[in-house]
Write a protein that binds this ligand. Structure first.
Ligand SMILES: [Zn+2]
Length: 205
């Protein structure tokens, strides 16, 4: 007669997380994407400023997105997202900048300018950039990276800015991601405590 096997007291000293919470936690830990090798030191300098503007937006009650327009080493305009404080859903950093400052900037200057944005422009902002005639865009955090944090999933079923510009305005040069590690800090801190108004929860019957 064999002796009974002793029962293990505990297999794992951790609590099992629900799938949603686990994926959200993993999303927060996702490694940043590498920099676009075509970006320059000057691009990095202005991207730091875009991240500063994103933080400024958060300090004033908005989501962490900032943008600036630069031509030949001169900053022409700066803006940060104001969707929450204005309750205006088109007050993204890029559209806000273009609507506020674009009318005062000659078309030739816009065409020779770079728009630095702390995160990859959405389809609406790509349209605004296209119609403003801005020639070059450099983004910090890829949309797939901050979407992963916002949604807590790996669902990256989105239309990336490169595809939008390639199909609608191929003359716009797009670079990014750039300095994601720095840019993601603010997103990791911000989104877990905020509901994204662009993704209202659908009530299920
Ligand atoms: Zn946008």
């Amino acid at each position: 007669m064999s002796l009974p096997m002793p029962r293990p007291r505990s297999l794992l000293p951790i609590r099992i997380l629900p799938v949603g919470a686990l994926s959200a936690a993993l999303a927060l830990l996702a490694a940043p994407l590498p920099d676009d090798p075509a970006c320059t030191d000057e691009d990095r300098r202005y991207m730091s400023r875009a991240f500063e503007l994103a933080r400024e937006g958060v300090s004033k009650g908005n989501a962490p997105f900032g943008a600036l327009l630069v031509r030949d080493g001169r900053v022409l305009a700066e803006y940060h997202n104001r969707v929450a404080t204005t309750t205006n859903s088109i007050q993204h950093a890029e559209t806000g900048l273009i609507a506020t400052f674009g009318p005062g900037i000659p078309r030739a200057t816009l065409a020779a300018s770079t728009l630095y944005t702390s995160a990859e422009p959405c389809t609406m902002c790509c349209g605004a950039i296209r119609f403003a005639g801005i020639g070059r865009v450099v983004y910090g955090v890829a949309e797939s990276s901050f979407e992963r944090i916002i949604t807590g999933t790996d669902n990256t079923n989105h239309l990336g800015s490169r595809e939008v510009f390639a199909r609608t305005a191929p003359q716009v040069k797009v670079l990014g991601p750039l300095m994601e590690e720095e840019g993601l800090v603010e997103h990791r801190a911000y989104w877990p405590g905020h509901v994204n108004p662009a993704r209202p929860r659908v009530k299920k019957d």
